[in-house]
Design a protein around this ligand. Structure first.
Ligand code: AMP
Ligand code: MG
Length: 455
């Protein structure tokens, strides 16, 4: 586990007062570490969890060559050995193969076997003519037109999905509905996944009201705890809600300590990190661990605190510094055991969501043990001209839709103020205007981070 100074030394040109969005991602990916603890859960409880082991196929799927259609199985050699190539092929029906059990009769070269979808292909038969092409010439014979089939058609091969011993799923993969089905097809009923990440969150600010409190002049209801709760829950984290905390160092310290004591892997706070905030708040955060205060070249967003909050040691225990009363042991052992990664987000409701999606989400995924690549950005034509300053990353709320010609267009959703949540609700993605990018003309193609799969 690296200290912030060690990480800073690894990153070229690190300047906490002027970080680009990609610097932030690079820093956080060095700061966080994946959980190591695992648990075994039933498939029905595994959706969205992250595999902690490779899954090797214990059997071949399908286990036998079988029919892909209801029809008649026959030897494909008949297609090429027929005397008159374009004449219909007539075959004798020697029996019926049902799904679930093998047909044990014998068949000659010009015989066929009526077969159901999924039934094992009888020995020597490799091709199936679907029922709808077949005519019954008499009680025991069928015929079908020439040139419909090639040998091997409408047969599923043993192991065409997975071969016994082959890697089916890899450690770090998210268990999607398809992955659950795949494991079930292998006869696997339970699976070893990483334990869920525990994330504590709270909102700060004297002006921030909890729901249920009467409105008061100059005060706003706390929305950040609800968006953060939603974002974390969608990501598959366990959440610890620590409420609204006043801008009071003692109460803030208690909230951080409470989070660590409850075993939080990460703490997300909102508010209290901007330039205008009381310095005692920042001094307190620094006292609690290894914390840096950043200014990020982005909009919305900008201020952010990151680091690690350690559990305060009981007085005089294991610490022999001159500040034994309030020092936090950041020495390797206690640092590793009882510390939580801090994401101190700005207070503005949209800035919270944007910094979460851009920075916190990828870092939490890494902590969860996920090896998923970032979701690909969509390319869409902007219907609006967008003003953009080069030298910072800007995120604008937009709605992507499909134009008549099938291409994607994106339109910004009105007021882009960093406190305006309604334009976030209307949006289905964030237009990402990259660090070096300048103004966008109407009709230019821009990158969009789609919310689907993110939030
Ligand atoms: P701060 O970063 O603490 O200076 O807050 C920036 C702005 O966001 C201020 O207008 C706050 O009132 C607002 N704000 C801070 N926290 C919240 C919250 N939890 N819910 C809604 N608005 C908030
Ligand atoms: Mg504040």
């Amino acid at each position: 586990m690296k200290t912030l100074d060690q990480i800073a030394a690894e990153l070229q040109g690190y300047d906490p007062q002027a970080l680009s969005a990609s610097d932030v991602n690079a820093f956080l990916s060095r700061l966080v570490e994946p959980v190591t603890q695992t648990e075994t859960v039933h498939l029905f409880d595994a959706l969205g969890r992250i595999l902690a082991v490779d899954v090797v196929s214990p059997l071949s799927v399908p286990p036998h060559d079988n029919s892909a259609m209801d029809g008649y199985a026959f030897n494909g050699a008949m297609l090429t050995t027929a005397n008159t190539p374009d004449a219909p092929l007539t075959l004798r029906v020697a029996g019926t193969a049902l799904a679930g059990k093998a047909w044990t009769g014998t068949s000659g070269l010009s015989d066929c076997v009526k077969i159901m979808t999924g039934a094992i292909m009888p020995t020597g038969l490799d091709t199936v003519i679907p029922l709808e092409f077949v005519q019954h010439t008499d009680d025991t014979h069928i015929s079908f037109p020439a040139n419909l089939l090639r040998p091997g058609d409408n047969r599923r091969l043993k192991g065409e999905d997975l071969i016994q011993g082959q890697s089916a799923l890899q450690k770090g993969e998210h268990l999607t509905p398809a992955a659950l089905g795949l494991m079930a097809s292998l006869g696997i009923a339970s699976v070893t996944v990483f334990r869920q990440l525990k994330v504590a969150y709270f909102s700060t600010g004297d002006e921030v009201l909890s729901l249920g409190e009467p409105p008061r002049e100059g005060a706003v209801y706390d929305s950040n705890r609800y968006t953060v709760y939603g974002l974390l829950t969608r990501l598959g984290c366990k959440v610890i809600d620590l409420g609204v905390v006043r801008d009071d160092p003692t109460l803030l310290e208690a909230a951080f300590q409470n989070a660590v004591a409850q075993g939080a892997d990460a703490i997300i706070s909102s508010g209290g990190v901007s330039v205008g905030e009381a310095d005692h708040t920042k001094a307190m955060m620094k006292k609690l661990g290894d914390v840096a205060f950043w200014r990020i070249a982005m909009r919305p967003g900008r201020p952010m605190a990151v680091g690690r909050i350690a559990q305060k040691q009981p007085k005089n225990q294991g610490i022999s510094t001159e500040h034994a009363d309030d020092a936090i042991s950041m020495g390797t052992s206690s640092y590793q055991k009882n510390s939580a990664v801090l994401f101190g987000l700005p207070g503005n409701p949209v800035a919270v969501m944007v910094t979460f999606l851009a920075f916190v989400r990828p870092a939490l995924l890494q902590m969860m043990g996920s090896t998923a690549k970032p979701l690909p950005l969509l390319k869409a034509r902007s219907t609006d001209a967008l003003r953009k300053k080069a030298g910072r990353t800007e995120y604008q709320r937009g709605t992507v839709s499909t134009a008549l010609d099938g291409s994607l267009t994106v339109k910004i959703t009105g007021n882009q103020g960093s406190g305006v949540l309604s334009s976030m609700v209307q949006a289905n993605g964030l237009i990402v205007l990259h660090h070096d990018q300048g103004n966008v003309n109407a009709g230019d193609t821009v990158d969009v981070m789609a919310f689907e799969g993110c939030i």
